[in-house]
Design a binder for this molecule. Structure first.
Ligand code: ZN
Length: 402
């Protein structure tokens, strides 16, 4: 049985974790704001904040002298100079790894280009990227709180299994165990689907920070979705939620890799549009080159891009009818076409939405470009640590930063 001293220690750990969580949610919160929100006395808050400050978890701004009479309140912040998170995208084209501070500012980057023939080869390259980040100057003085890894396929998070990554040719890989073995000692490692993690770049660090519901559509060679509903990631029963690339948009459309016809991926993934454009021009155009050609007056290319935008809008209208979100965020290389594709998509989406006279859904381009998955993976690791009320964060807090 846990004695009274043990109970007190546990309570203290939980209160320390609750303070950190609140300071992240409300940067600049005062000690009295903490006391009110958490429901503990001001003197306890002052004592715990002083400890967290001395240990390097928190920093304080100088008092805002002159604003209010009496004792000025001191805004509290997480100590961005002492903490870091690592996020990795293990993608089809290679590995993109970043280290960020608790505000999402990128501190260091590492890349490994090219597809790796084996899982072991890919993980060795990933380990190398993480080691490069660890050696970088900004990370030498920081504590890494956790690591997030995004992969291009559904993940059964409860079992730590990557179920299927068709573009890598991987199936049933015990990725969580393998990553724990290789990255042990860097805090907890979280692995999940790439689009599931990309939405956390916006949720943790973006313009829609802390929105209760966010929908993110990632359009690259494939199309994936990340759904945050009621502040939580929605994965579905096994991990297949958000596999929106195979929503049917055109019943007798082009044949899809999944065996069906006219899936979203066959119509407006970057791979599909790129192939259509190559068929038309005989050239491999990057999104920015395609945009330049349309802007220069190529009407046939303009029509192709507009048609892709309309199909995208029809598809987004379906998502808007299911989820009724405030904002839909679109990311991936196709968004480099910018208004050329997003304007017809927005117009078509509004047309397809039920009850459009009562609501509008804002279509926005992801602010994190090609780093969305890696930054989101770091953000997810941070979110998971902050939200785990009884285990990770209190335990992390027992490690001394300096
Ligand atoms: Zn399909």
């Amino acid at each position: 049985m846990r004695g009274l001293a043990g109970e007190k220690t546990l309570l203290k750990r939980l209160n320390r974790a609750a303070i950190l969580r609140l300071v992240w949610e409300q940067p600049g919160v005062s000690r009295s704001g903490v006391a009110q929100t958490i429901g503990i006395t001001k003197s306890t808050v002052s004592q715990l904040v002083a400890e967290l400050h001395d240990e390097g978890w928190l920093s304080s701004d100088l008092p805002d002298v002159g604003s209010t009479p009496g004792r000025p309140s001191i805004p509290l912040h997480l100590n961005a100079g002492a903490l870091a998170l690592i996020g990795v995208e293990l993608g089809v084209e290679g590995i993109n790894a970043v280290a960020v501070d608790p505000r999402g500012q990128v501190l260091a980057r590492a890349h490994a280009a090219g597809q790796h023939a084996t899982v072991a080869g890919a993980l060795t390259a990933l380990e190398g990227c993480v080691a490069t980040l660890r050696r970088s100057a900004p990370l030498r003085a920081r504590t890494v709180l956790g690591v997030g890894v995004g992969v291009p396929g559904p993940v059964d998070v409860a079992r730590g299994m990557l179920l299927h990554a068709p573009n890598l040719g991987w199936r049933n890989i015990a990725l969580q165990r393998m990553l724990d073995e290789r990255l042990g000692g860097l805090g907890r490692v979280f692995v999940d689907n790439d689009a599931n993690l990309a939405v956390f770049a916006e949720y943790m660090f973006g313009a829609h920070r802390h929105s209760a519901d966010l929908l993110y559509v990632y359009i690259s060679d494939g199309i994936g979705g990340g759904l945050i509903l009621g502040h939580g990631l929605y994965r579905g029963r096994v991990g297949f939620a958000g596999e929106i690339g195979h929503i049917n948009v055109l019943p007798n459309g082009p044949r899809c890799s999944c065996g069906s016809r006219g899936c979203a991926e066959t119509l407006f993934s970057w791979r599909a549009l790129h192939a259509t454009v190559r068929g038309h021009t005989g050239r491999d155009l990057e999104p920015c080159e395609l945009r330049a050609a349309v802007d220069a007056g190529d009407r046939a290319l303009h029509a192709l891009v507009t048609q892709a935008g309309k199909h995208l809008g029809l598809f987004l209208g379906t998502l808007a009818n299911v989820f009724d979100p405030k904002v839909l965020i679109v990311g991936g290389p196709i968004t480099d076409l910018s208004r050329l594709i997003l304007e017809p998509a927005q117009a078509e989406m509004q047309r397809r939405m039920f009850g459009a006279e009562f609501r509008s859904v804002q279509l926005e381009r992801c602010a994190f470009s090609t780093d969305a998955c890696a930054i989101g993976a770091a953000g997810y690791a941070f979110h998971a640590l902050l939200q785990n009320k009884t285990d990770d964060l209190p335990r992390l807090l027992e490690t001394t930063l300096h």
